[in-house]
Design a protein around this ligand. Structure first.
Ligand code: BDR
Ligand code: CA
Length: 309
């Protein structure tokens, strides 16, 4: 019998965050200890509410903790122009019944990691890295205690929010710097990988055809989700589910151990992930994933979502 991976999912739901939460909840390989919310795609009031609504959509009781309401240093930015004013455009979710868990997300993450044997907890971060940075500033020992930090963020090349920067890193570059210099093992799913995992019309239809309420909501979200074209296919890139998928099916992804640095000076490169991709001169601090068997991954996603009734 394989043991489940203990996971804390830090997120800013967010359309693709919602799909990532549902993937984690549908996966018996994952023991989801808690969801921690951070400000990002929309403010903390809505991300923490949306996370609870998605948990209840899945019929789960995973606790949701609210975390940091703003980035460490820079002025807040959001992505309401992508995810809508609710944060989850395309979904019609019931307001959650269960309240937020008592306490701050940062305290919960720190105390939970310390309470478990070293190497036990995986932190999956699919929003700006503010909560994780606050934990690592308060408690640097958390970096060596976690099994790994798996994050959606950054790009090897061009960004999606500015020419240089991907949203999660751009929204809190100083937090990203704290995380990437913490010494924790980091696995990064950048835009080059996530832009291959597209929710095309056929794939959305296959999810809708599953017939359950969660499946219908996922299809609604993916219909509303802005589309991009990659290698001739058009669809919404499933950024955040890729980080959860790494926990489930690492054999479908490939990449390189690299040194990653974060551009923090103001100006056009703010939030860029500067990656030693071609010439690796310095010690690596992250596994940067780039290749993905997206057809198999998407097929498995659909199969997973069939678990919902
Ligand atoms: C990331 O930014 C957010 O808008 C998405 O939820 C995802 O985490 C993609 O750049
Ligand atoms: Ca996100």
């Amino acid at each position: 019998m394989t043991t489940k991976r203990k996971v804390i999912l830090d997120c800013d739901p967010g359309q693709d965050d919602a799909v990532a939460i549902l993937l984690a909840l549908a996966s018996t390989e994952i023991e989801l200890l808690a969801i921690t919310a951070v400000a990002g795609n929309i403010g903390i009031g809505k991300t923490s509410l949306n996370a609870r609504a998605v948990v209840e959509l899945a019929g789960a009781e995973t606790p949701v903790y609210a975390g940091c309401p703003r980035p460490l240093v820079r002025d807040p930015v959001d992505a309401a122009h992508i995810h809508g004013d609710s944060g989850i455009d395309g979904a019609t979710l019931k307001p959650p019944v269960r309240p937020l868990a008592a306490g701050h997300a940062v305290d919960f993450i720190r105390d939970t990691v310390r309470a478990q044997p070293d190497g036990e907890i995986t932190l999956v971060a699919i929003g700006p890295l503010t909560n994780l940075a606050a934990v690592l500033i308060q408690a640097p020992d958390v970096a060596r205690r976690v099994r790994e930090i798996v994050l959606m963020g950054g790009a090897i090349g061009l960004g999606n929010t500015t020419p240089a920067a991907e949203f999660n890193i751009y929204a809190d570059p100083h937090a990203a710097h704290v995380v990437f210099t913490s010494g924790a093992r980091i696995v990064m799913t950048p835009l080059e990988l996530t832009h291959q995992v597209l929710a095309t019309q056929d794939r959305i239809q296959a999810i809708r055809a599953l017939g359950s309420e969660p499946a219908r909501q996922i299809a609604g979200i993916l219909d509303a989700y802005p589309k991009t074209t990659h290698f001739g296919a058009t669809g919404g890139p499933l950024h955040d589910p890729c980080a959860v998928a790494w926990l489930l099916w690492p054999e479908l992804m490939g990449g390189k151990e690299c040194r990653v640095e974060i551009e923090m000076s103001s100006g056009p490169s703010l939030g860029r992930t500067v990656i030693e991709w071609r010439r690796q001169k310095r010690e690596a601090n992250a596994l940067v994933l780039e290749q993905v068997d997206h057809a198999t991954l998407f097929q498995r996603l659909i199969e997973r979502f069939a678990i919902f009734r």
